[in-house]
Design a protein around this ligand. Structure first.
Ligand SMILES: Cc1cc2nc3c(=O)[nH]c(=O)nc-3n(C[C@H](O)[C@H](O)[C@H](O)COP(=O)(O)OP(=O)(O)OC[C@H]3O[C@@H](n4cnc5c(N)ncnc54)[C@H](O)[C@@H]3O)c2cc1C
Length: 315
């Protein structure tokens, strides 16, 4: 690892912590969702607020050191870390505030999808997020972000109203449709290199109930099933989101699957109950909110079911 001696200077970070390779928690703090990533940053700055981020960006710029930004740590390629550089770790910046009258949520740059959904559901509100609650919401947004409510409310990025961003020159810039609108345009799905998003505002929607589920079909039916899906989805109402894909079940041969989250206000006569054919396994969950997290995620449940009772229908 290249030595970055001045990294210790960063310890003057106003409120956050600096984790160096010799720190006892260095390995734990640099751990990402993809456990195979093994990048070794010169330091991780666990920022507490926007000023910590400004300070770290300016420091890295002054010293010509590479920077990476870590949110929820779910990027499979491990771009939240960089070898020999400084990581701005936003994972402690998770505050969320909800304005039910304006139907707007404001989050800090390290909040997860579950942080927002948990706070918004108290007012019967939600916005599009992904399917796993521990994913960082800014990371999800900057990558576009699709999820169970996308059919009705668009991508996560479509619901981004404004943001405060620390740019590469260390300035804190506010962006919205009326202020630095080109920057907001870039943030809406353009990737993570426009700056460090330290706070973001999202449009919320009244979502009282969500019905979601998972249908599993054997791999040899993938062709006809996907053709059926292609035809069916053209006429389906926006409230129905289907995420078709392939999944390898633990201890089982590969299966194709169709994941069916439905906003429950959907009318019965819309024909959504039509099915391609009997699946090998299915289940459904009624929820008063649209959050599906690591402990209750379809994948987890499905893995459990797949591992134990894969041929048993759940209703
Ligand atoms: C289990 C799992 C489930 C997933 N489900 C979905 C899904 O349902 N829908 C979907 O669309 N995607 C999904 N993804 C993909 C996920 O949305 C992206 O990988 C996303 O970039 C992860 O964000 P993160 O903050 O958790 O990750 P990190 O690895 O921390 O960050 C990824 C990148 O995002 C950028 N970034 C993060 N925070 C900030 C910030 N505050 N300011 C500036 N840049 C930032 C950085 O460039 C960083 O390198 C899933 C991934 C996993 C592993």
């Amino acid at each position: 690892m290249r030595d970055v001696p001045a990294a210790k200077d960063l310890a003057s970070l106003p409120t956050g912590d600096i984790i160096l390779p010799e720190s006892s928690d260095y390995d734990q703090v640099r751990q990402l969702w993809n456990g195979k990533v093994n990048k070794r940053p010169a330091a991780l700055a666990r920022c507490a607020d926007a000023q910590d981020v400004v300070h770290t960006v300016r420091w890295a710029r002054a010293h010509g050191v590479a920077l990476a930004v870590r949110g929820g740590g779910h990027d499979f390629a491990g771009r939240a870390l960089c070898d020999d550089g400084i990581v701005i770790d936003c994972s402690r910046m998770r505050a969320v505030s909800i304005d039910p009258a304006r139907r707007v949520a404001r989050i800090q740059g390290g909040a997860t999808a579950g942080d927002l959904m948990g706070a918004a559901e108290r007012d019967g509100l939600a916005t599009t997020t992904g399917t796993v609650s521990s994913v960082g919401l800014p990371g999800l947004t900057l990558a576009g972000g699709y999820g169970p409510l996308s059919g009705k409310y668009g991508l996560v990025a479509d619901n981004l109203l404004s943001a405060q961003v620390v740019t590469a020159d260390g300035r804190l810039v506010a962006t919205s449709v009326t202020e630095h609108a080109d920057l907001l345009w870039g943030l809406r799905g353009g990737g993570g290199n426009f700056g460090v998003a330290v706070s973001l505002e999202y449009r919320l929607h009244p979502v009282a109930k969500v019905l979601s589920g998972l249908l599993l079909y054997p791999l040899d039916q993938a062709g006809p099933m996907l053709r059926y899906y292609g035809e069916f989805i053209r006429a389906a109402p926006d409230e129905l989101t289907i995420q078709p894909g392939f999944i390898q079940m633990p201890m089982a041969r590969p299966s194709s699957f169709s994941h069916l989250p439905i906003v429950v206000r959907l009318k019965k006569e819309s024909g959504c109950s039509r099915r391609y054919g009997p699946p090998v396994s299915h289940w459904r969950i009624k929820s008063n909110q649209s959050r599906i997290g690591p402990s209750s995620t379809p994948w987890t449940r499905c893995f459990r079911r797949g591992a134990t009772t894969s041929s048993k229908h759940s209703r």
